[in-house]
Design a protein around this ligand. Structure first.
Ligand SMILES: Cc1cc2nc3c(=O)[nH]c(=O)nc-3n(C[C@H](O)[C@H](O)[C@H](O)COP(=O)(O)O)c2cc1C
Length: 306
């Protein structure tokens, strides 16, 4: 008699248990509810919502997207309705169709803005993780980004930890020379976890108009092409920190999820793939059991290679 085994897809992020490791990445899935015409989003491990700031932002001028081979460049510029509207309007819409863990992706232009946003979202129902996006320009620091210096990462992490009880994950920028030292600085300052990577700074020029394709000249490059870079950074960081790491960058299949977890990731975020195929995350979750079976994997915990 054939026994129909359902493999265990569950993973842990610290004390939080996820039904599976697949999480739509911030900025590529809105607040989740817009995706319900495509599938039941309750199949997801968690959802990281669009980067939210203290005040509403229209974002950067159009055009904001350049299509590339195996990826896209975007310069959306954190368009969002602001933290209060997210709490009063977006979260209730999200909770009406989704009962799983929510990851609140928070951005800011100053330490005060980060801490105020995190203070307001802290304790909101279903918000199990605050994900601090430290790849935004730091106006207090002369335009440098918080995520590109150990000191500024540590400063923002310490400030947020002082006001918010929700586990704090820091989303790291790959646009640095030594991602390991930044990861260590975040851990030492009290981060409960990390997420990496955000987009790589890129640019395209329209050769007919002789103008940059995106109005902001440069933008963030994401998608399939960045997978090996993301995997390399996850691997390097996971060897040096003891907090959980969410791997992100170019993931578009169950095989990619498993590879990212072999590099040390505890869960995986999927971004650009959702823009190409709105059902990407659902399809990856559906593919996982067969891929695990093919590779002789019974459980997704402890896949990390030595
Ligand atoms: C259109 C777009 C908007 C994004 N917005 C955010 C954001 O608001 N906050 C954030 O932390 N990352 C944002 N990202 C980065 C993604 O969450 C992800 O880290 C990155 O795209 C790499 O993953 P991918 O190759 O699977 O897309 C955005 C990416 C894209 C393509």
């Amino acid at each position: 008699m054939e026994i129909n085994r359902t493999p265990d897809l569950s993973v842990r992020l610290g004390d939080l248990s996820l039904r599976n490791p697949v999480i739509p990445a911030s900025g590529c899935f809105g607040y989740g509810y817009v995706m319900t015409p495509f599938y039941d989003i309750n199949c997801l491990g968690a959802i990281s919502f669009k980067g939210t700031t203290l005040n509403p932002r229209f974002g950067n001028p159009l055009p904001r997207v350049a299509e590339c081979e195996a990826g896209i460049i975007n310069s959306v510029g954190l368009q969002n309705p602001g933290i209060d509207a997210v709490i009063s309007d977006e979260l209730p819409r999200m909770r009406a169709v989704y009962s799983g863990p929510i990851i609140a992706n928070i951005s800011g232009f100053s330490i005060d803005e980060y801490t105020e946003c995190c203070r307001r979202i802290d304790g909101e129902k279903q918000v199990e993780i605050i994900e601090l996006n430290v790849s935004c320009p730091n106006v207090h620091g002369g335009g440098m980004s918080f995520g590109t210096s150990c000191e500024s990462v540590a400063e923002v992490v310490r400030a947020v930890k002082a006001v918010a009880k929700t586990p704090l994950y820091v989303k790291l920028s790959p646009n640095v020379t030594d991602i390991v030292s930044i990861a260590r600085a975040a851990e030492e300052a009290g981060a409960d976890g990390l997420c990496l990577i955000n987009t790589l700074l890129g640019m395209r020029i329209d050769t007919r108009t002789r103008r940059p394709v995106v109005a902001n000249t440069m933008g963030g490059f994401s998608g399939r092409a960045i997978f090996p870079v993301a995997l390399r950074m996850v691997w390097q960081v996971c060897r040096e920190v003891s907090i959980p790491v969410i791997g992100c960058g170019g993931v578009e299949s169950a095989a990619d999820v498993i590879e990212m977890m072999m590099a040390g990731a505890s869960a995986v975020e999927v971004g650009t793939a959702n823009i190409i195929n709105p059902c990407a995350c659902r399809d990856i979750i559906a593919e996982l059991p067969a891929k695990m079976d093919e590779l002789g994997i019974n459980s997704l915990s402890d896949l990390k290679i030595k």
